[in-house]
Design a protein around this ligand. Structure first.
Ligand SMILES: Nc1ncnc2c1ncn2[C@@H]1O[C@H](COP(=O)(O)OP(=O)(O)O)[C@@H](O)[C@H]1O
Ligand SMILES: [Mg+2]
Length: 390
């Protein structure tokens, strides 16, 4: 009886990128029905889902009507550019938004998550300020001090983010941020540039019963705000891990929704600085597909479906390296795949995106080894052989 009910669960995925694709694969392994939505056709997750639709998810009426008609058991956001008004309304009407509409709203807006973490919870972050009028930009930048980072209030993967070294850089940075801003509110956040020693993601599963369970820290490197490589475990002093866990508990106990969270931290001079978090599988966490007994996609599903999550263990140190496109192509091909697959203990994921753009993430290589440095080297070697071509 119980298993029959479980099998009938219908999941609606909002955003159908590579992270959504892996989530769908795990959902299909459990026999769930999945509908994948995105703004373009044949997106990665659509290729493995039961059904798919192309809609403008930032349009309140369209999103509301689509979800209402499809009537899923769970609405699972994979991206940030969504009409939050629709999600809030649907939640009030009893539709389950993962992890909950308030968390989706707070984490999609850089100002809301800063207000909660820095002002309310008193967690250490980079110094910051918001700017909504160009006239205020220079004065507020002086208050933060150069160099600083200027980011759209709503964006992801480093889009629209600029390093501002002096006041002459402000105009270009402002224009780029507004051009890449996703939401309705046109504004930017200025952040003190933290010259950190390293950064990491603490993947944390929050269970329905309010318990927070931590994965091993994942180290990562970013270029212009976009993820390039990651590895797990990252060696960190225990007191730093403990502090990151303490901060994560503070935030998740406030947000209070079941699912996986990617919580990002900087470490500078033996101090933890909170950066941001996302209430869904994290791009740097794709490494868990090979490193852990339960990967981040299974963990997300099990958490919001309220299924058991036995002990999470690291099976083998592992690393990831992204495969980027260097040009713009429709229906791209890939060279070097055969050679790259020859690298031992290595898995190549090609996301199947229908178009390649300069700098767009098209795949990832995952590699495991008892020695994390060998895993990292093998992931790099294998990824670098692959070329995205027309
Ligand atoms: N205040 C900062 N100081 C230094 N580096 C930063 C700062 N904010 C962001 N970064 C760098 O840019 C990356 C992306 O920024 P983040 O705020 O996480 O944006 P996104 O939402 O696009 O992931 C970070 O992982 C880090 O490498
Ligand atoms: Mg980030």
């Amino acid at each position: 009886m119980d298993s029959f009910k479980f099998r009938c669960k219908k999941i609606l995925l909002l955003g159908s990128g590579e992270l959504g694709k892996e989530l769908v694969v795990e959902a299909k392994r459990l026999g769930l029905e999945v509908i994948a939505i995105d703004k373009y056709d044949n997106a990665p997750a659509m290729q493995v889902a039961d059904h798919s639709f192309v809609i403008d998810m930032s349009n309140k009426e369209i999103l509301y009507k689509t979800i209402k008609e499809l009537n899923p058991d769970f609405v699972v956001p994979e991206i940030e550019a969504l009409s939050i008004e629709s999600l809030k309304e649907l939640e009030k009407e009893g539709i389950k938004i993962v992890p909950n509409a308030r968390t989706v709203e707070i984490t999609m807006n850089r100002d809301k998550i800063r207000d909660l973490t820095s002002n309310v919870l008193k967690i250490k972050t980079a110094k910051y300020n918001y700017v909504f009028e160009y006239e205020d930009l220079e004065k507020k930048s002086i208050d933060i001090g150069y160099p600083l980072l200027l980011k759209p209030l709503m964006s992801s993967s480093g889009k629209g983010q600029s390093l501002v070294k002096c006041k002459e850089d402000l105009l270009v940075a402002w224009s780029q941020a507004l051009a890449n801003s996703r939401g309705k509110i046109v504004g930017v956040i200025l952040e003190e540039f933290i010259d950190f020693d390293y950064e990491f993601t603490l993947l944390t599963v929050r269970k329905e019963n309010g318990e927070n369970v931590f994965c091993e820290p994942i180290g990562h490197e970013q270029f212009k705000g976009d993820y390039q490589c990651s590895w797990q475990p990252m060696e960190l002093d225990q007191f730093l891990i403990d502090d990151a866990k303490r901060i994560t508990n503070l935030i998740l106990n406030n947000l209070n929704g079941a699912g996986i969270y990617g919580v990002e931290f900087f470490v500078k001079e033996n101090e933890i600085i909170f950066s941001e978090l996302s209430p869904r599988p994290h791009d740097t966490g794709m490494v868990t597909l090979v490193s852990q007994n339960l990967n981040e996609f299974e963990l997300h599903l099990r958490a919001f479906l309220n299924l058991p999550i036995p002990k999470i263990t690291l099976l083998k140190p592992s690393a990831s390296r992204v495969i980027l496109s260097h040009g713009e192509f429709t229906n791209p091909s890939y060279t070097g795949l055969t050679e790259s697959l020859e690298v031992e203990n290595t898995k190549v994921l090609i996301f199947g995106k229908p178009t390649a753009k300069k700098g767009r993430r098209m795949g990832v290589v995952l590699s495991s080894n008892d020695d994390i440095n060998i895993a990292r080297g093998n992931a790099d070697k294998s990824a670098n052989i692959i070329q995205v071509i027309s």
